[in-house]
Design a protein around this ligand. Structure first.
Ligand code: ZN
Length: 339
């Protein structure tokens, strides 16, 4: 039995740019319909909205005020330079979204895997919204859990999780990022030499997938998760973004739905070996195949498969070399200092 955080209000929530808000909402609706096919294996959990002070775990008081003010405006507008929207009453939606993470933490005491379809706002920074993300739900969950538990984050998405990296850079939390990178693609950071500082030194791993990378490159990139064996987390937070799919409106990566199935399988296998709890998020996805990819991720975790797409190829050799390099750095910096 797996848990899925669900509230019908999710069907009408999107902080994305007006041009893609309908796509973003449609994917959540379609994903929910697909879940009906495996509903015997799912416990649907209604999220309890977060409290204002929960936002302050990561965000500034000034930014909280700004969010509340924007929510009172009768107009739709932008919280940032033109990506993340605000709309009347959006603050309640923000609290509901964050409530998904907090409710998942509560229920994780008796469920090993909990999925939050509308979550994974990994770009938001302490004082500002960014890239369709008004708040950083994953960073807040990681901060709460890491007070008493060992926490690792696996952030897989077409975009680098710059907000998570920035907020948790000095924390003793393992952060693995697998994302599309060509030096220009949004948000533009995530270099390999950004390895963390202080207690977080050696714990920030950036695996860059070049433009056009296929399923074979993605599988190579996931090899980096072997570092979990040395870190021994109690919790793995997985941002399972699906905007790397070949039909996504971004067209940056060339992944098929097989990659997301494989991601689910990999998470399950690591969990069996290392015995940690998983809280997972829907992340980005802006195409007609997004819901299918989210569903494949869940199926992969459950040891099933239901997709006829052909596997794609591209850049595997380059990513293999990159991962070897990252593993070498991890073992020389982190493992050496902690053994
Ligand atoms: Zn993304």
């Amino acid at each position: 039995m797996i848990g899925v955080i669900w509230d019908d209000r999710f069907l009408n929530i999107s902080f994305s740019h007006p041009m893609i808000r309908d796509i973003a909402k449609a994917r959540v609706r379609k994903f929910r319909e697909l879940l009906d096919g495996i509903k015997d294996e799912i416990l649907f959990i209604k999220p309890e909205p977060a409290k204002e002070e929960d936002l302050l775990i990561v965000h500034s008081k000034e930014y909280l005020r700004k969010l509340k003010e924007a929510s009172k405006s009768p107009y739709i507008g932008f919280l940032d330079e033109g990506d993340t929207v605000h709309y009347p009453g959006m603050f309640d939606d923000v609290l509901l979204i964050l409530g998904g993470s907090l409710t998942a933490i509560k229920f994780s005491s008796f469920l090993d895997f909990i999925y939050i379809p509308l979550g994974g706002f990994h770009h938001a920074l302490p004082c500002r919204a960014m890239g369709f993300c008004p708040i950083n739900d994953i960073a807040i969950a990681a901060k709460i859990l890491s007070k008493t538990r060992r926490v690792a984050i696996l952030d897989v998405d077409a975009h680098h999780g710059n907000g998570i990296q920035r907020i948790l850079y000095k924390d003793e939390i393992l952060k693995i990022n697998i994302f599309g990178y060509d030096g220009h693609f949004f948000p533009g950071d995530g270099k390999m030499d950004e390895i963390g500082e202080g207690k977080g030194k050696g714990l920030n791993l950036n695996v860059q997938l070049p433009r056009g990378s296929g399923d074979d490159a993605f599988a190579e990139a996931l090899r980096v998760t072997q570092v979990l064996e040395d870190f021994h987390p109690d919790y793995l937070l997985v941002n399972a973004g699906v905007d790397g799919h070949k039909d996504d409106s971004l067209h940056f990566l060339n992944l098929s739905a097989n990659s997301f199935n494989y991601l689910g399988q990999r998470v399950r296998r690591l969990q069996r070996e290392l015995n940690f709890k998983v809280i997972s998020y829907g992340g980005g996805g802006y195409g007609e195949s997004s819901a299918l990819c989210m569903f494949e991720y869940i199926l992969g975790y459950l040891g099933k498969k239901d997709n006829p797409e052909e596997e794609t190829r591209g850049n595997a050799e380059r990513v293999k070399e990159e991962v070897d390099e990252i593993l070498k750095t991890f073992y020389s910096v982190f493992v050496k200092n902690h053994s």
